[in-house]
Design a binder for this molecule. Structure first.
Ligand SMILES: NC(=O)c1ccc[n+]([C@@H]2O[C@H](COP(=O)([O-])OP(=O)(O)OC[C@H]3O[C@@H](n4cnc5c(N)ncnc54)[C@H](O)[C@@H]3O)[C@@H](O)[C@H]2O)c1
Length: 88
């Protein structure tokens, strides 16, 4: 059994805030490899989309959501978008 089978995130949704950053981008990739659908959440919309493009080209399920996590309305809109995209 591989590490990804043991810690499978199949059918899970991961929201990665700061998803474009040094740490966030690696989290996005690893969570996707483990089977999660990933929301790449960041102030930087174009870079978020770039990470999503890379993930989807590799066959992973991901969406970019431009969000300012210091603003409750922005966070609520992001969660609505994640739920409407992935169904949960
Ligand atoms: N890189 C490290 O080795 C390290 C080690 C220990 C702790 N940390 C901490 O972990 C966190 C992330 O580190 P990093 O290296 O990935 O940082 P980073 O600067 O590379 O990335 C941070 C990301 O957060 C985004 N962001 C900033 N404000 C935001 C907001 N209001 N809403 C949404 N997105 C926002 C930025 O656009 C950026 O893409 C930081 O708080 C850092 O201090 C980092």
């Amino acid at each position: 059994m591989t590490i990804f089978e043991k810690f499978s995130l199949k059918d899970k949704v991961a929201i990665v805030t700061g998803g474009v950053g040094l740490i966030g981008a690696e989290f996005c990739k690893t969570l996707a490899e483990a089977g999660a659908a990933v929301a790449v959440v960041d102030l930087n919309a174009s870079a978020s989309q770039g990470i999503v493009d890379t993930l989807t080209k590799s066959g992973y399920n991901a969406v970019a959501v431009a969000t300012d996590i210091t603003k409750p309305d922005s966070v609520n809109a992001m969660v609505d978008k994640v739920i409407s995209t992935f169904g949960r």
